[in-house]
Ligand binder design. Structure first.
Ligand code: LLP
Length: 423
């Protein structure tokens, strides 16, 4: 794909490798906090996923929620990615990246009328519904607007994915999917089949994110296959099975995921079953491909530990404080081998504002750069403007060129939409 070398792009010296020096140069050029992504590796990961499931009739839809940068979606599109979206906003992003509506799957428990209508008008490939109420709404909207659409039922197979509770979706105690135990799912599938404006496209499952073990996937997929077989034996058309995302990554080391065993497991379960399979990986494609570069503002010696106060904060990366998530943090300065425990904290006025706690860190000084690793997924997309902090900017490196893909907004940008009725 030809990406133009514009004013907001620059050649990365040293064969285009994003080593510490290149990251420091980018930080100097674009200032910090700064997200830097490795576009070549993102494509490699995506192609590795495609290859792992290529013995089956499959289509891989990138989960846009993990990283919704239009430049990254555009790159993935060149590799044949479809998109898994969860809002009208993500739909517009996918279209802006030239992803064909037919290659888009619309997931989520709370789609509004406007979002459903937009998706139907545009001819989105598949809408995954998660409740009887949603089915009723979509059926009414399709009929009254004379629209047609393909519907899959997201089922809840009641499997514990063994992940953090806030990102586990597979159990009946969560808001996701339709249980298989009360007969509702089958009756909804029958209603879809009977409706003149709706076409059944199959079933979907997604049991959670950051799964580090294949066993829960295997249990969930077997449950799904069992239910699909049951529907088929009752005469229903079940063309596709959407197997969701969830493949976890290594946050301790910057290691790129190996999908081989996952692919073999999927093949074992689904070979000779004649379903078209859909996949929705997010984190595993982009997670290890992002760094958040931040500058040390102060070092403060507390009573029993150091505080490394940096210019990135929980508004730039919420994962450590929201999920107690671990992100490896490396100093890009070279100050010897001595280390001691430190909390790496931002400038925001709450104790929860940290990127790491009690972390063994080398000596650092004000002005040094740190690289927070593996922030390519659920990093920049979860930024906020808390404390009226403009978000970090984002740079994408691709084929040795660094492209600024999202400049930092100014404070003026942030406040200009507000209305003061007292002026
Ligand atoms: N499909 C559906 C229906 C999903 O809900 C998700 C993620 C995915 C696919 C992609 O899953 P992945 O391959 O990325 O695991 N903010 C959290 C993660 C939330 C995941 C939500 N759903 C975090 O920072 O860990």
């Amino acid at each position: 794909m030809a990406l133009s070398h514009t004013d907001t792009s620059e050649i990365i010296p040293g064969h285009g490798i994003l080593d510490g020096e290149a990251l420091m140069n980018l930080a100097e050029r674009y200032s910090t906090p700064l997200y830097v992504y490795d576009g070549d590796q993102i494509l490699k990961n995506f192609r590795a996923f495609q290859k792992a499931v290529s013995n089956l009739d499959s289509k891989v839809h990138f989960a846009v929620k993990a990283n919704s940068s239009i430049a990254i979606l555009s790159l993935l599109h060149t590799a044949g990615a479809g998109a898994d979206i969860v809002s009208g906003g993500e739909l517009q992003r996918a279209l802006t990246a030239h992803i064909n509506p037919k290659d888009i799957i619309f997931s989520g428990v709370g789609k509004t009328d406007d979002e459903l209508l937009l998706a139907m008008h545009l001819g989105v490939g598949q809408i995954n519904i998660e409740s009887g109420a949603e089915l009723g709404r979509i059926a009414a909207l399709a009929a009254s607007n004379n629209l047609k659409c393909s519907i899959a039922l997201r089922v809840n197979v009641d499997v514990d994915p063994g992940s953090h509770e806030k990102i586990s979706t597979g159990q009946n105690s969560t808001k996701f999917g339709l249980a298989l135990t009360d007969g509702q799912a089958e009756s909804y599938y029958e209603q879809i089949t009977a409706h003149p404006n709706l076409t059944p496209s199959g079933l979907a499952v997604h049991i959670g994110s950051q799964l580090r073990n294949l066993a829960p996937f295997e249990t969930a997929y077997n449950e799904l296959l069992g239910f699909a077989g049951h529907l088929r034996s009752n005469g229903f058309d079940v063309p596709c099975l959407d197997l969701g995302g969830g493949f976890g990554i290594d946050y301790e080391e910057i290691m790129h995921p190996d999908f081989t065993e996952y692919g073999k497991m999927v093949e074992r379960i689904f070979k000779n079953t004649e379903y078209k399979l859909g996949f929705e990986p997010g984190r595993s494609i982009v997670g290890n491909c992002g760094n958040l570069i931040t500058k040390v503002i102060y070092v403060k010696q507390g009573i029993d530990k150091r505080f490394i106060i940096i210019d990135a904060a929980m508004n730039d990366l919420i994962r450590p404080t929201l999920y107690e998530a671990f992100h490896r943090i490396d100093s890009l300065a070279e100050r010897g081998k001595d280390t001691s425990k430190a909390d790496i904290v931002g400038p925001i006025c709450e104790t929860g504002d940290y990127l790491a706690r009690n972390r063994q860190m080398p000596m650092v000084e004000a002005g040094d750069y740190l690289a927070v690793r593996s922030v390519g997924a659920y990093g920049a997309v979860m930024m906020s403007n808390y404390n009226t902090r403009p978000e970090a900017s984002e740079v994408l490196s691709y084929h040795g060129i660094a492209h600024l893909i999202r400049p930092r907004r100014t404070v003026e940008d942030l406040i200009k939409m507000e209305i003061n009725p007292f002026l």
